[in-house]
Design a protein around this ligand. Structure first.
Ligand code: TYD
Length: 208
């Protein structure tokens, strides 16, 4: 059984997950905790190589099942070689995206089915779920407008695709309210960080 605390940030593109994940990591590190800040797809050299394949716009017609398996493969490697060992050491692991992204983007967005994508990913991760998933909730159009870099292969999908993804995230959170913290992503950045930290502190206190 893992000893550490596993926190995932999820949300549509442009929700500000990376900013919030960094802020939480910095606060906990300043307290002297061991923090592993990571991301998906990626997080280890092999998983980052898979990230290149799955996100490059060069493979615009990539088969949806291949896409789902690449994300799951990246996640399997990430969990086995980075996340689980860190949790076993007692670290706080903060990941920018996890299984819910596959359920929302591949299961619902691509129409593969949320259940089958969920099952593949539970197998890939030996059923490791976050202790807390923070959903930064943003309307699809607003999120896409906030992107500052060239769109990757998924970001290039039409707005309807992203709207479906946002709805899927909300349904996942509604189905398991104890494990999720849903925050409106358009709010003040510091206020969002404070809310996240309050929930993380409750979980850390439960473990102390
Ligand atoms: P992300 O790293 O959050 O993008 P960026 O760094 O550009 O903000 O995620 C990359 C893209 O991959 C994003 O559009 C969401 C998508 N994605 C999936 O479709 N399925 C998944 O399982 C994951 C982890 C990401």
């Amino acid at each position: 059984m893992a000893e550490g605390l596993f926190v995932a940030f999820e949300g549509g593109d442009g929700a500000g997950k990376s900013t919030q994940a960094r802020a939480l990591a910095a606060t906990l590190e300043a307290r002297g905790l061991e923090v592993v800040l990571t991301r998906e797809p990626g997080g280890t050299p092999a998983a980052e190589a898979i990230r290149e394949v799955v996100l490059t716009p060069a493979y615009s017609g990539l088969d949806p099942r291949a896409e789902a398996l690449l994300y799951a493969a990246s996640r399997a490697e990430h969990v086995a070689s980075l996340v689980l060992p860190a949790l076993q050491r007692g670290a706080v692991v903060i990941t920018d995206r996890y299984i819910d992204s596959s359920i929302a983007y591949q299961g619902v967005g691509r129409g593969l089915g949320p259940d089958v994508v969920g099952e593949i990913n539970l197998w890939a991760t030996r059923s490791l779920l976050p202790d807390l998933t923070v959903l930064l909730d943003v309307e699809a159009g607003a999120g896409l407008a906030r992107l500052s870099t060239e769109p990757d292969r998924l970001e290039s999908e039409p707005e309807e695709f992203h709207a479906t993804v946002v709805t899927a995230f909300r349904a996942l959170a509604a189905g398991d309210p104890d494990r999720y913290l849903v925050l409106a992503a358009h709010g003040d950045v510091d206020a969002i960080s404070t809310s996240v930290l309050a929930r993380v502190d409750e979980l850390l206190a439960d473990r102390a």
